[in-house]
Design a protein around this ligand. Structure first.
Ligand code: NAP
Ligand code: ZN
Ligand code: ZN
Length: 348
């Protein structure tokens, strides 16, 4: 590998720029990854616009990264050069804050976040903390695996940790990168799956992905439809609009859970009535850890779940990001490097 590599960095707020970077060696506890694919998550907008709290520019975005290890820092024993690995939003914990000391590392107060606190995967090369990476199963191509590392893990973990039972009515609001995987996970976990989208355009896609019922929130009263069905045991809210989320709480059954994974810029307005009368609850959940990512990938292989993706060369990151922001991606834009295009036949 030459002494430089191509990356796409946010050089100043709002600008994604193709640059050359000097190759660096991984420090103790780190691995260097030759990136093959990186998904474009909506959360990348907080890096591109520069609003992520504490963000320092320039920064390379990207936290749905798959590639092969090409160098190991000292003290790394679990991983080997040539192994295909991935990393998501969780890039490593500090191990010393209170949540970490209680074993809740995903809520670490001082986390490593690829694309935010360190450079991420819009690049041919990325350096990652070894404790943040996950092994990629041979059944998945790198471009398929990448979106599972954030959009996938976030919806998979949210659903599997919600205390649901087979046959429960589960609604997924928002059919984008997260939502289209949430629908597949909900269906394959054995839930009666409802997709909530805006307009008829996504109806067929949603039912093809496994939704038993599609509700067009542009014309239908989603709360009334859900209540006619008995009320949802859980609503997984993946959209980017807080004003669209709040009223949906009334579509829950008694004791139902409104699970917030989308992070809208506007406030979520709530009425106390459905919370108090019926004991409904609302809470958020953040992606998951490296081992949760391995669980997500394993379940996806087991149940034949794949993201729907549009692949583009790394150098066209700005165009691909714009397509995602315009809501045109079906359903995940994935950047592919020369190594990714060359193909990733499993070598182990
Ligand atoms: N909790 C976590 O750990 C986590 C992880 C990753 C991402 N996120 C957050 O999750 C959100 C979605 O990310 P993504 O990558 O899936 O984004 P995306 O692919 O761009 O999809 C955006 C979604 O927002 C919905 N939406 C947009 N405008 C809306 C409106 N006015 N009313 C209702 N729905 C609207 C769209 O639904 P339609 O089908 O109705 O168009 C679509 O499902 C973002 O806020 C992102 O930051 C959170
Ligand atoms: Zn993400
Ligand atoms: Zn911590």
């Amino acid at each position: 590998m030459s002494g430089t590599y191509t990356a796409v960095e946010v050089s100043q707020a709002g600008t994604l720029q193709v640059v050359k970077r000097p190759l660096a060696e991984p420090a103790a506890g780190q691995v260097r990854i030759r990136v093959e694919a990186c998904g474009i998550c909506h959360t990348d907008a907080a890096t591109v616009t520069g609003v992520y709290p504490g963000l320092m520019l320039p920064r390379v975005p990207g936290h749905e990264v798959v590639g092969r290890i090409d160098a190991l820092g000292s003290g790394v024993s679990k991983w080997t050069v040539g192994q295909r690995v991935g990393i998501g939003f969780f890039g490593g914990e500090d191990g010393v804050c209170e949540p970490c000391r209680r074993g809740d590392i995903v809520n670490c107060r001082n986390p490593v976040i690829p694309g935010v606190t360190v450079d991420g995967g819009y690049a041919e090369v990325m350096i990652a903390e070894a404790r943040g990476i996950a092994s990629i199963p041979d059944e998945l191509t790198s471009a398929e695996a990448a979106p599972l590392l954030c959009a996938g893990i976030t919806t998979y973990n949210a659903l599997r940790n919600a205390g649901l039972r087979g046959g429960d009515l589960v609604a997924v609001q928002g059919i984008g990168g997260l939502g289209h995987l949430g629908i597949q996970f909900a269906r394959r976990m054995g839930f009666r799956t409802v997709a909530l989208g805006r307009g008829r355009e996504k109806e067929k896609l949603a039912t093809d992905l496994g939704a038993h019922v599609y509700i067009d929130t542009a014309v239908d009263d989603a709360v009334a439809v859900l209540q006619r069905m008995g009320g949802a045991r859980a609503i997984l809210a993946t959209g980017t609009s807080g004003s669209a989320m709040g009223p949906l709480v009334s579509g829950l059954a008694a004791r139902g859970k409104f699970i917030v994974v989308g992070v809208p810029g506007d406030q979520i307005q709530l009425s106390a009535f459905p919370l108090v009368f019926g004991g409904r609850s609302i809470y958020g959940t953040l992606a998951g850890t490296a081992i949760d990512n391995e669980d997500t990938l394993a379940f996806s292989v087991l149940e034949n779940i794949r993201p729907m993706i549009e692949t583009v060369p790394l150098e066209q990151a700005a165009e691909a990001y714009a397509r995602m922001m315009q809501g045109k991606a079906r359903f995940r834009m994935v950047l592919v490097t020369k190594d990714g295009v060359a193909g990733s036949a499993p070598i182990n």
